[in-house]
Design a protein around this ligand. Structure first.
Ligand SMILES: [Zn+2]
Ligand SMILES: [Zn+2]
Ligand SMILES: [Zn+2]
Length: 493
């Protein structure tokens, strides 16, 4: 077949030779007049034009040196293309120099237990000079300096510890006592007294409801209601004493003999028709808590019934877990809005059932009493308290009602309020997280604080337990206008 029809083969050869004789396509484009290369520019500038009527070449946008610089600017900026970091060769060379063995230079080896003692260097300075140095420090730091080595203690003496005894230095005394936490596994720092008490039920401390006396140590201030131990209110009748936050985070930091494991803290209880579940997590050295509270909600509740459902008659706090700032902002209006979305049942008295069926047939829809409830744009997003690390999510869900008298499996619509919060690092109740959650500090701004500016507490918490995290809800401020009316406001009730 190929011998009989040589046409295509010949034409293929022809095209090959014609392509080989022609200059390359890339060169063609380079030598076009529009984008003149630098060689062409130089030639045209050195060689005088032969004919006067020949038009002058167009001026280039940039001078040749400028064009060269612009072209290589990126390559010479020493920027890492992946990380965007500046590659500083001076730093690299200096760090190489430090790696070389050099006995005269060495950084302070704080973490090495067997490092050379520095007492000789300390002893070189006279006591009055050390006293001068200590006079610039606050009482807590001065006491820390005095306790650091025996040489320094001999030079500085016990006077800095006596300073801490003064009532006006109570906070400095607590700050100092917090620093020696690691040396006392069998004791726990009591903040009302400012004393380390011996733990009476070491390792078997259990969180109990607030009305049960649950002493962790013998404390003379235990019954003094004017000087109560720090505690965080979870819900009605449940609170979290700060001592438990101390115990959990001490066990996490220093070892199991210092406290109790975080897994022993989760609880589940029912009170006033609401059921609550708590769970705890240590993240980045801080204790996070999640409280899920739910109660069954009837459809089409009037405002007064919504109040009775949400608020306690004793102190008008909501039954679910809330931070100290719950009265300000949109938390309670959003709860009432969510209650409005509980689907109403159909009345089936008389011929109404038949009427509904005919209407359904007419419209081509089917009525499903157990359909998923969707919330609206106001009550669906998660809310974050702007003044403390607390986040809230509202849901309306079908839940099994085990208390129903009819027996069998009965499902009813329930409102579920989930709160995630950060309780701080457990060193002191004056810590910014603990103080702001309990309403003692207004310095916290949860939307700019580096811990949660980019990622919510809820997503950190849920990602620690499940791979499939929350549905991606928007996170908005609970109090976008930052209006603080407290009890004077009308929206909270
Ligand atoms: Zn005490
Ligand atoms: Zn709504
Ligand atoms: Zn708050």
């Amino acid at each position: 077949m190929s011998a009989e029809s040589p046409g295509p083969k010949q034409s293929g050869f022809k095209s090959f030779f014609s392509n080989a004789l022609r200059p390359k396509k890339s060169r063609q484009t380079l030598r076009k007049g529009g984008s003149r290369s630098m060689t062409d520019l130089r030639l045209s500038s050195t060689r005088p034009s032969t004919s006067a009527d020949e038009p002058l070449p167009p001026m280039p946008d940039l001078a040749p040196l400028q064009a060269h610089r612009a072209k290589y600017q990126q390559a010479h900026a020493n920027l890492d293309t992946q990380l965007g970091e500046r590659r500083d060769y001076t730093t690299i060379i200096h760090s190489l120099g430090v790696l070389e063995p050099d006995d005269t230079y060495g950084p302070a080896d704080i973490n090495n237990e067997y490092r050379d003692p520095g007492e000789a260097d300390i002893a070189k300075l006279p006591p009055h000079l050390w006293a001068q140095i200590a006079s610039f420090l606050n009482p807590c730091d001065a006491a820390c300096l005095a306790i650091s080595t025996i040489t320094l203690y001999r030079r500085l003496g016990p006077r800095y510890f006596l300073t801490l005894e003064a009532p006006k230095n109570a906070q400095h005394r607590l700050d100092f006592l917090v620093t020696i936490d690691q040396t006392l596994p069998h004791h726990l720092l009591c903040f009302p007294c400012g004393i380390y008490h011996r733990r009476t039920s070491e390792g078997s401390e259990r969180l109990k409801p607030a009305h049960i006396i649950n002493p962790l140590f013998v404390c003379p201030e235990a019954t003094n209601s004017l000087n109560p131990p720090p505690r965080h209110r979870i819900t009605h009748g449940r609170s979290l004493p700060f001592a438990f936050v101390q115990l959990i985070l001490r066990a996490h930091r220093f070892g199991s003999s210092y406290g109790i494991p975080v897994d022993s803290m989760g609880r589940r209880w029912t009170r006033d028709g609401w059921s609550h579940t708590t769970r705890y997590l240590i993240h980045d050295g801080r204790l996070l808590m999640r409280v899920v509270s739910q109660t069954f909600a009837e459809p089409d509740l009037p405002r007064s019934s919504q109040r009775i459902l949400l608020h306690s008659r004793e102190d008008y706090w909501p039954y679910f877990s809330a931070c100290a700032h719950w009265r300000d902002g949109e938390l309670m209006p959003a709860c009432r809005c969510a209650l409005d979305h509980v689907p109403s049942r159909r009345s089936s008295g008389g011929l109404q059932d038949l009427e509904h069926k005919v209407k359904d047939k007419w419209s081509g829809k089917r009525f499903d009493p157990n359909a998923l409830t969707s919330l609206c744009g106001f009550c669906k997003p998660m809310r974050r308290c702007p003044e403390c690390p607390s986040e809230y999510l509202l849901e309306v869900k079908l839940s099994e009602d085990r208390t129903d008298m009819r027996g069998g499996v009965v499902f009813r619509q329930a409102i579920v309020v989930t709160r995630w919060t950060d309780l701080g690092d457990g060193t002191s109740p004056t810590g910014i997280e603990w103080a702001s959650v309990n309403g003692f500090s207004d310095k916290y701004d949860s939307f700019t604080h580096p811990n949660y500016a980019k990622r919510g507490i809820a997503s950190i918490f849920e990602a620690a337990f499940t791979a499939d995290t929350l549905p991606g809800q928007r996170m908005i401020s609970m109090n976008p206008k930052k209006k603080k009316l407290g009890e004077q406001g009308h929206e909270w009730y």
